[in-house]
Write a protein that binds this ligand. Structure first.
Ligand SMILES: [Zn+2]
Length: 342
C-alpha cells in the first residue's frame, strides 16, 4: 500500500535554495505547456509524459535540478492536462506555490535531513518515516511554509472487522447523515472562523486571513480523517450519494461550509475503504430525498423549497421520516441494488 507522509522543513534551512529550484520547475512546466501545442500539430496527438521528457532531455543540469525531477514534472504535466481536458494548463508564474517533485533516487534521507541536488535541508521529524520511499516532493503552502512529502510503500492495513452496512447522505446543513440515524456535523467552529476571515480580508490583513484559512483547512482535514476512520472500521459496506456541485449551484448556497468537505470526505472514505477491504459504492442520489424508504412511494420534499423541510409523513404508508435519514436509507438500498446487479 502507498501512503504519503508530510514533514515541515525547518525555516532556517529553506531560505535561499528552494525558491530558485521551484522557479526552475516552473520553467520546465511552462516549457511543456508551450511546446505541446506544436507537438500536437506535428504528431496529430497529445504528447505523452514520455514525449515531453524527450523534449526536455538534458536541461536538468543547466537548471540545477535532478534529471528525474524534470521527468517527474513532464509526467505530472501530461497527466494533469489529460485530466483537465484542456488544450493548455495554467502558466506557473511567480505566484504559483513552490513545488519540486523527485523520485527516490533523487534524494538522500539521513535522520532529519534530506539532501537534494547538492542541497541539504533539515525537517521536523514529527514521526518516523515508515516503509521505503518511492518518490515525493517539496511543496509550499499558501503561508509560504515548505514541506517535504514522502510517498512510501507501507505494510497493508488490517481488513475491517465491522459488519455494519451504511448509506450516507451528504448535505448542506449536516455534513453527512447515516442510514442508522447518526449525523456527522461539521464543527460550528468553521462558520465562526469564516466570519473572522472575511473581517481580515476587509481590512486588508491578508497574512492573517491566509493563516486562518490554513488552520481551518487543517482542522477540517483532521475532522474528516477521524470521521472516515471510524466509519471504515465499523462497516463492511459504505454507500455514498453522488451529490455534486450541480445541486449547490441551484440553491444559492454555493458557499456552504460543507462544500469543500464533501469531495475530501468521499476521497478519504474511498481510499480507507480500499485499504481495509470495505466495499465502497457511489450511487446516484436522484429521488433519494423524495422516495419513502418504507414503501417506495414518491412523495417527499423536492427541490429548493424542500430544503427547509426536515421531517415529512409518507402519504401512502404513513411512515414519519427524517428527511436526511430517509435519503441515506434510500442510498443504502440503491447500493444493495447495484451490488445485486453485479
Ligand atoms: Zn411510504
Amino acid at each position: 500500500m502507498v501512503r504519503t507522509y508530510h514533514y515541515r522543513i525547518k525555516d532556517s534551512s529553506v531560505a535561499p535554495q528552494l525558491t530558485p529550484l521551484a522557479r526552475a520547475v516552473n520553467q520546465v512546466w511552462n516549457f511543456c505547456n508551450e511546446s505541446q501545442e506544436h507537438a500536437l500539430r506535428w504528431n496529430q496527438r497529445w504528447p505523452t509524459g514520455f514525449d515531453l521528457q524527450k523534449l526536455t532531455a538534458g536541461c536538468s543540469q543547466e537548471l540545477g535540478l535532478h534529471a528525474q525531477t524534470v521527468q517527474a514534472v513532464c509526467e505530472e504535466y501530461a497527466t494533469r492536462r489529460k485530466h483537465a481536458k484542456k488544450r493548455k494548463l495554467r502558466w506557473r508564474g511567480k505566484r504559483a506555490l513552490g513545488w519540486i517533485p523527485f523520485k527516490a533516487a533523487g534524494v538522500k534521507v539521513i535522520d532529519d535531513t534530506v539532501t537534494y541536488a547538492g542541497h541539504t535541508f533539515r525537517f521536523w521529524k514529527s514521526r518516523a518515516i515508515p516503509g521505503t520511499i518511492k518518490m515525493g516532493n517539496f511543496a509550499q503552502d499558501a503561508r509560504g511554509r515548505w514541506y517535504v512529502n514522502f510517498v512510501c510503500e507501507v505494510a497493508d492495513e488490517a481488513p475491517t472487522t465491522g459488519t455494519k452496512q451504511i448509506g450516507i447522505d451528504l448535505g448542506l446543513k449536516t455534513l453527512a447523515t447515516c442510514s442508522d440515524g447518526r449525523k456527522i456535523e461539521a464543527p460550528r467552529w468553521y462558520r465562526h472562523q469564516q466570519r473572522r476571515i472575511a473581517e481580515h480580508q476587509r481590512k486588508k490583513r491578508s497574512r492573517q486571513a491566509k493563516n486562518l484559512h490554513a488552520r481551518i483547512a487543517n482542522r477540517r482535514k483532521d475532522f474528516l480523517h477521524k470521521a472516515s476512520d471510524r466509519l471504515t472500521k465499523e462497516c463492511e459496506l459504505i454507500v455514498v450519494g453522488d451529490v455534486g456541485s450541480a445541486r449547490l449551484a441551484k440553491t444559492n448556497m454555493a458557499k456552504s461550509v460543507n462544500d469543500a468537505g464533501w469531495a475530501m470526505f468521499r476521497h478519504l472514505l474511498e481510499y480507507k475503504a480500499m485499504a481495509r477491504k470495505v466495499v465502497y459504492r457511489e450511487v446516484s442520489e436522484r429521488f433519494s430525498t423524495q422516495t419513502c424508504s418504507d414503501c417506495g412511494a414518491i412523495g417527499g420534499p423536492k427541490g429548493r423549497e424542500g430544503l427547509g423541510i426536515r421531517e415529512w409523513v409518507c402519504g401512502e404508508c404513513g411512515a414519519i421520516h427524517d428527511r436526511d435519514v430517509n435519503a441515506a436509507m434510500n442510498i443504502l438500498r440503491m447500493g444493495h441494488h447495484t451490488l445485486a446487479l453485479k
